[in-house]
Design a protein around this ligand. Structure first.
Ligand code: PLP
Length: 359
């Protein structure tokens, strides 16, 4: 039995998109592939709200995160972490020999602009990273306020992990002034895992050209060159199935559902999940104003065995998400992203409520 996925990625993928993945292969240097990559990039620009270049990567999002911290840091990067995926930025820096400082809050708290200001004002950094939506804690960081503060430091490059929010929450990349914004296909975009996408500013690429040891596969300068100088090619062999699927799904997102409706659906599902948690005697890990629209992290204040609840709902055909890492059993998560409908979420919550009574 296929369990309905209520984990924060991978997500359930519509059958018409899975069918697009089965399109017969064509030569990856064929003109049709360049046209396909150009159309995907034009449509992704609408989803990212940007005029910047779009980079595709045959990898999950971590690949482009690794490429970004390595390609754009000449001096030192400061990583603002609010959970497991914030910490990943620091690990990526450390394991690639990139000098990084990590500023980590107690999990459940956001990154506040004043803290970022304190670090950027030292003049020590040429890069800072923010996790837009921390999937472990269910925190959505206040990127508008961070962007306002950041106007004082236009020369520091801003890298954003939007892996679990892009396509489900409006992130106005150009208005915010984000230099590199990264997402993965298996979250809010509603595709299988295996491709990552990013927007990147030309000024960041110009700076990266001076950075040594950018690596090969995830070097942003090379990836950029292939979309700018050789219109819409990919340096190596891309995942063509992802490109077929992404093309179809972007048409659905932009022209069938519409971005605003998609954002509103995610926001409404978040409210439903939050209310369910409180109504059932739990607390939310994230404070008011910082709660994610795509994943709700619930504190296990009732002291249930989350693993047991997972087994029970599993028998009913659902995959529950336990807490991440050190938050396992202390929290559990309800994902409400991609093409999940409010009705499907309600059906899951009803099953959760019923099974909770049996624990
Ligand atoms: C916020 C966040 N950042 C980064 C990642 C890593 O992305 P990927 O698994 O696509 O490499 C994830 C994956 O769950 C994530 O949720």
């Amino acid at each position: 039995m296929h369990k309905k996925l209520f984990i924060p990625g991978p997500v359930d993928v519509r059958q018409d998109i899975l069918d697009a993945f089965a399109t017969p292969m064509i030569g990856h240097r064929a003109k049709d592939v360049m046209t396909l990559q150009e159309r995907i990039s034009d449509n992704l620009r609408k989803v990212f709200h940007t005029e910047n270049a779009i980079i595709l990567s045959t990898s999950s999002g971590t690949g482009l995160m690794e490429g970004a911290i390595r390609s754009f840091t000449a001096k030192r990067a400061v990583v603002f972490s609010v959970g497991a995926f914030g910490n990943r930025w620091a690990e990526l820096g450390e394991t690639n020999g990139v000098p990084v400082d990590k500023v980590e809050v107690e999990w459940g708290n956001p990154t506040l602009p004043d803290v970022v200001d304190d670090y950027l004002s030292t003049g020590k950094y040429d890069v800072f990273t923010i996790t837009h939506n921390e999937t472990s804690t269910g925190i959505m960081n206040p990127v508008e306020a961070i962007a306002d503060m950041r106007k004082k430091y236009p020369d520091v490059f801003w890298l954003v992990d939007a892996v679990s929010s892009m396509g489900g929450v409006k992130i106005d990349v150009d208005k915010l002034g984000i230099d590199v914004c990264i997402t993965s296909t298996q979250k809010c975009l509603g595709l299988p895992p295996g491709m990552a996408c990013a927007s990147v500013t030309e000024r960041a690429i110009d700076y990266a050209k001076k950075v040594k040891n950018r690596g090969f596969y995830f070097d942003f300068v090379t990836l950029y060159k292939f979309v700018k100088d050789k219109p819409y090619q990919y340096p190596t062999t891309p995942s063509l199935p992802h490109m077929f699927g992404l093309d179809k799904q972007l048409d659905y997102i932009l022209n069938v559902e519409g971005l605003e409706n998609r954002y509103a659906r995610h926001a409404a599902m978040a409210k439903t999940a939050q209310k369910w948690a409180v109504d059932n005697g739990f607390e939310l890990l994230a404070g008011e104003g910082y709660r994610s629209n795509t994943v709700t992290t619930i504190k296990n204040t009732r002291g249930i065995v989350v693993g047991d609840l997972g087994k029970r709902v599993g028998e009913k055909g659902y995959l529950l998400s336990n807490g991440y890492g050190s938050l396992k059993e202390k929290t559990f998560r309800i994902a409400h992203m991609a093409d999940r409908t409010p009705e499907e979420l309600q059906a899951y919550l009803d099953v959760l409520s019923a099974e909770l009574k049996t624990l």
